[in-house]
Design a protein around this ligand. Structure first.
Ligand code: NAD
Ligand code: DAU
Length: 356
């Protein structure tokens, strides 16, 4: 028995693979294109481990995926592979359409052919779990109830629109062809191996480098934060016990405005790695022009997952963010290795001249 994980060298995918193999001996076939966001260093601790088979490749490469399925005969697929950064989708949506929509479609086609050829028992127990986001539901007003699984789809960025399209394809492959799918829609993750283009790792890395901490707009946008390992445990639970064709929202009831997140990161760094001049890191906060089309608030109602499958997060925001800041302090080599030329070009493109 084995599972196929796509995008397993990215932030959440690599945490998932590491956690999976820490708890099980079931091998993982890890298919990842290694875009700028994919990093084999995240999986360094698995070097030489025969339970981890890494394959560099694209989910949209139908022949490669068909070969992998035929060779390894996985009992399940967990699809993390995606372009994931909203700001990049605003600067250039093409890759998001290619991977998140066309790539998911080609993956589904290859999986449908493979699943159709399985013997009856294997066919029945097979699962395709699609990892998606709360952003497909759009933006909430201040007093609106949190997103349930029944919330209408109202994606606002090219990223969320491409994820919404992929969710619809997954749903259609179940409805039309009977493919045994599960979909999860999770809120904002944070934790180890988070690429420093996203809010929390960017703030940690910039603070330590003495750079400005760029807050978009008024910093009062709200996100609902979940420690990455809790997302991974929820996915394992849905894979084990989720009902075929169902959607599960994943979240930890941790709504916070961005400015509060940045202040928390600054306060932790003040304590753990004080600035040489003794001043607080929050002095580095700079307000910059807002993200176009910026969603104001996300909040996940995770009661279905809790009541039907008995899942609960293990971390509070306070424990998770302390672990995260400490991880970045302890892994400065990882941090400097990910700051390649292309990373610096991205910072230049997204932040230079971005006046409030
Ligand atoms: P990430 O950008 O860190 O990693 C994405 C990974 O996918 C990378 O390793 C990349 O190399 C790989 N990849 C990209 N295109 C590929 C392709 N065509 N074929 C194979 N591999 C490809 O993203 P992440 O933050 O780890 O997110 C993983 C998944 O979880 C995504 O589907 C994302 O939409 C979803 N999600 C993320 C969050 C979050 O807060 N980060 C929250 C909810 C859902
Ligand atoms: O909600 C789930 C989503 O969370 C995932 O689907 C996405 O893949 C993931 O990237 C994340 O999207 P966000 O756009 O919410 O994450 P990001 O870290 O880019 O931004 C978080 C908030 O912080 C958002 O309101 C924008 C703001 N921000 C971000 C950056 C990078 C800033 O104020 N300054 C910044 O420099």
């Amino acid at each position: 028995m084995s599972i196929l994980v796509t995008g397993g060298a990215g932030f959440i995918g690599s945490n998932f693979v590491l956690d999976w193999l820490a708890q099980s001996d079931e091998p993982v076939i890890n298919l990842d294109k290694l875009t700028y966001a994919g990093n084999r260093e995240n999986l360094q601790s698995l070097n030489g481990d025969p339970r981890h088979v890494f394959v560099q490749g694209d989910i949209g490469d139908s022949a490669l995926v068909a070969d992998l399925l035929a060779k390894h005969q996985p009992r399940a697929i967990v699809n993390f592979a995606a372009e994931s950064h909203v700001d990049r989708s605003i600067h250039g949506p093409e890759d998001f359409i290619q991977t998140n929509i066309v790539g998911t479609f080609r993956l589904l086609e290859a999986v449908r052919a493979y699943w159709g050829g399985l013997q009856s028992d294997a066919r029945q127990s097979f699962r395709f779990l699609h990892v998606s986001t709360d952003e497909v539901y759009g933006s909430l007003g201040k007093d609106d109830p949190a997103f349930t699984e029944a919330h209408r789809y109202e994606p606002n960025s090219p990223y969320s629109a491409s994820k919404a399209a992929s969710d619809h394809l997954v749903r259609a492959y179940h409805h039309t062809y009977g493919l045994p799918v599960l979909t999860t829609n999770c809120s904002n993750n944070y934790g180890p191996y988070h690429f420093p283009e996203k809010l929390i790792p960017l703030m940690i890395v910039n603070a330590l480098a003495g750079k400005p901490l760029p807050v978009y707009g008024d910093g009062q946008q709200i996100r609902d934060w979940l420690y990455v390992k809790d997302h991974c445990s929820a996915i394992r639970r849905v894979l084990d016990a989720g009902h075929i064709g169902e959607v599960y929202n994943i979240g930890g009831w941790n709504e916070k405005p961005n400015l509060e997140i940045v202040h928390t990161v600054c306060a932790l760094l003040d304590e753990l790695r004080p600035r040489a001049d003794g001043k607080p890191y929050k002095e580095q906060i700079t307000y910059v022009a807002d993200r176009p089309g910026h969603d104001r608030r996300y909040a996940i109602d995770a009661r279905k997952l809790e009541s039907e499958l008995g899942w609960k997060p293990a971390e509070t925001f306070e424990t998770g963010i302390s672990k995260t800041v400490q991880w970045y302090l302890d892994n400065q080599a990882w941090v400097s290795n990910v700051q390649s030329g292309t990373y610096r070009e991205w910072l230049e493109k997204n932040y230079t001249g971005r006046n409030a």
